[in-house]
Write a protein that binds this ligand. Structure first.
Ligand code: PLP
Length: 388
């Protein structure tokens, strides 16, 4: 019987043990035992699908992966200790020395560091396109280009990239199309439907959703995930069973949480758009968003990130943060607690002003990860902080 999203998020479950538990228990064990020599031989030869060692698989990590596979519409997956472990391992497993990546310039900071600081050590180069200039992608593709990589919505500019267009482009040029779906979650958007070959996530964000554990996952085509799995079972970035247990429980409430996150975020965005101290608001489900039509086509709702520009540049951005009373000043996002950050003076302060503007970070830009507090309390806090 086919199941809907919410049902899969709850009813995809590890087989019940002899104790008939209702909710999956924690399998905090590093290894598993064998019946006899033949069982052990067949297990190591992968003639049997079973748990051997928790670096390879564990009932809790498998439950989390099975859910993510079901929710993203993928064939297979593997879970990682962090989002960065998922992203690094995916590239490291699929690339060889001499390969080339084409990536959107607006990607998560550590992903950008992989491209600029580490992959060149192995003779892997990356070419970038701007989020709003996807028509330049074809001119960047070379003979040795292997991967097309994007995030959408982007961070912190909240640009939307057209997944259908990118999927077709990747197919036309025989590229592996990889999407970091962290900001949308599979509840809002399923890139595989548009031709993504692998979808990666930082589960630390909306998937946990409560600011507790780190985690990551890669799901996608069977043969690609097999490569990622083999690389990972040897190199050891596995997710811990405890964190997998937490994340699998979190997925049970993903649809209701994300629904409310988006409802609150839209109200915050509408409030900001009408505020005289604010220059510009970026939220995919505001009609003023430059890629609003694409957002509506590929996303169920607009997500929980709202960015806006406070009038008065860097000083005003810093003052806004200092005025905030309830919302948190934190580097995380996708938490129950609303979080505000000022990229120009923090996460992106090492970039030149030109490089910052390239990824849409103006001096007064504030990123708000809208949480699940009562939306009136969130708006009241932002409103009083805007009295600059
Ligand atoms: C946070 C984040 C990551 C990295 O995830 P970690 O779990 O912190 O390693 C990757 N991509 C995006 C879009 C993120 O927001």
């Amino acid at each position: 019987m086919s199941q809907n999203f919410e049902t899969k998020a709850i009813r995809t479950q590890t087989e019940r043990s002899q104790f008939f538990e209702h909710s999956t228990p924690m399998y905090v064990t590093s290894s598993f035992v064998f019946e006899d020599a033949e069982d052990m031989r067949a297990s190591f030869a992968e003639e049997k699908e079973r748990n051997l060692y928790s670096r390879f698989s564990n009932p809790n990590t498998s439950e989390f992966v099975d859910k993510m596979v079901a929710l993203e519409g993928a064939e297979s997956g593997y879970a990682f200790a962090t989002g960065m472990a998922a992203i690094y391992s995916t590239f490291a497993a699929l690339l060889r020395s001499g390969d080339h990546i084409v990536s959107c310039r607006s990607v998560f900071g550590s992903t950008h560091s992989l491209f600029t600081k580490y992959f060149p050590k192995w003779n892997i180069e990356t070419s970038y396109f701007k989020a709003n200039e996807t028509d330049t992608i074809e001119s960047l593709i070379q003979e040795n280009t292997k991967i097309l990589y994007v995030e959408t919505p982007t961070n912190p500019g909240v640009d939307i990239l057209d997944l259908e267009y990118l999927g077709q482009l990747a197919k036309k040029h025989g590229l592996i199309f990889i999407v970091d779906n962290c900001f949308a979650t599979p509840y809002l958007q399923t890139p595989i439907q548009y031709g993504a070959d692998v979808v990666v996530h930082s589960a630390t964000k909306l998937i946990d959703g409560q600011g507790r554990v780190l985690g990551g996952v890669a799901v996608g085509k069977e043969e690609l995930i097999r490569e990622i799995y083999l690389f990972s079972r040897n190199t050891g970035p596995a997710l811990s069973p405890f964190n997998a247990w937490v994340l699998s429980k979190s997925l049970e409430t993903l649809p209701v949480r994300v629904e409310r996150h988006c409802e609150n975020a839209l109200k915050v965005a509408e409030f900001l758009e009408a505020h005289p101290q604010v220059n510009l608001v970026r939220y995919p489900f505001l009609a003023s968003h430059p890629q609003h039509e694409i957002a509506k086509q590929q996303m169920r709702l607009g997500g929980n990130i709202v960015t806006f520009e406070v009038k008065g540049g860097i000083a005003a951005g810093r003052q806004f943060l200092n005025n905030i009373q309830m919302c948190s000043l934190s580097a995380n996002l996708g938490d129950t607690r609303t979080i505000v950050t000022h990229p120009a003076s923090t996460t992106h302060s090492k970039l030149s002003e030109e490089d910052r503007l390239e990824v849409g970070i103006t001096d007064g830009l504030v990123r708000c990860s809208v949480g699940l507090e009562n939306v009136n309390d969130i708006i009241n806090d932002i409103n009083q902080a805007l009295q600059i």
